[in-house]
Design a binder for this molecule. Structure first.
Ligand code: CMP
Length: 230
């Protein structure tokens, strides 16, 4: 199970509007139009930004910070669909189809967003129709990722799911392949649909076998050929 080294890292803590995928193809003048119609919002760590099932029509671009996208049930169990950082966006689904939010989003770091309501987005598309293409590309990419996740959840055992999630989150930092997020074992369990105890056992096994090292929650991948199962 190897990792694609070319995959972009979640990256820098802050970034300019130019780096937000929706808008990378726009000129500075066009970006000024976006800035003039978008509102800036700041959230502290662990703040609820969107709630699954609620009505809303705004798209959020992450300028700094990080969020987790998750779905949950009444008993408080949750499955984390994705962790998003600077340059990513969320909320586009309800903005486009005006249906209730498909998932909840909370900050896992203090975050700064640019928020674009549906009407403002339409104005941007009117002035710059290519934006609609970029949106479609981003949505296609999300469906691909979701397909991969469904495949992982359905076809791999928990060991494989943990290994594949570690690789998916890994980025090169100072020449080391490290899991970019400081995830708790409960977070990891919520990403792979397993108990915290099971994840704890698997991480210990991977560490004992020399595939990873763990130091104060930071996980380093030592051998990229992580075993798919015990
Ligand atoms: P929306 O449905 O408006 O609100 C919740 C948001 O979570 C959704 O838009 C997407 O932006 C985001 N989201 C939902 N599912 C996923 C997923 N599988 N991967 C990444 N982001 C998602």
């Amino acid at each position: 199970m190897a990792i694609d080294q070319k995959r972009p890292a979640v990256g820098e803590r802050t970034m300019t509007l130019k780096a937000v995928p929706f808008f990378t193809q726009l000129s500075d003048k066009e970006l000024d139009v976006v800035r003039s119609v978008a509102a800036e919002k700041n959230y502290s760590k662990n703040a609820v930004v969107l709630t699954e099932g609620e009505v809303g029509d705004s798209l959020y671009m992450i300028m700094s910070g990080k969020v987790k996208v998750f779905i949950g049930d009444e008993e408080g169990r949750e499955i984390i669909l994705k962790i998003l950082g600077p340059g990513a966006f969320f909320g586009e689904m309800s903005m486009i189809d005006k249906q209730p939010r498909s998932a909840s989003v909370t900050t896992i770091e203090a975050s700064n967003f640019l928020v674009l309501a549906h009407a403002a987005f339409e104005r941007c598309v009117e002035q710059q129709p290519r934006i609609a293409n970029v949106v479609m590309q981003c949505l296609a990419q999300r469906v691909r990722e979701a397909d991969r996740k469904i495949g992982t959840l359905a076809l791999m055992d928990v060991y494989g799911r943990v290994a594949s999630t570690l690789l998916e989150l890994a980025v090169y930092t100072d020449g080391k392949l490290m899991v970019g997020e400081k995830l708790s074992q409960q977070d990891l369990a919520n990403m792979v649909g397993a108990s915290r105890e099971m994840v704890n056992r698997i991480l210990k096994d991977l560490s004992d076998r020399g595939f990873i090292s763990i130091e104060s929650k930071a996980i380093t991948i030592i051998n990229r050929e992580l075993p798919p199962s015990l």
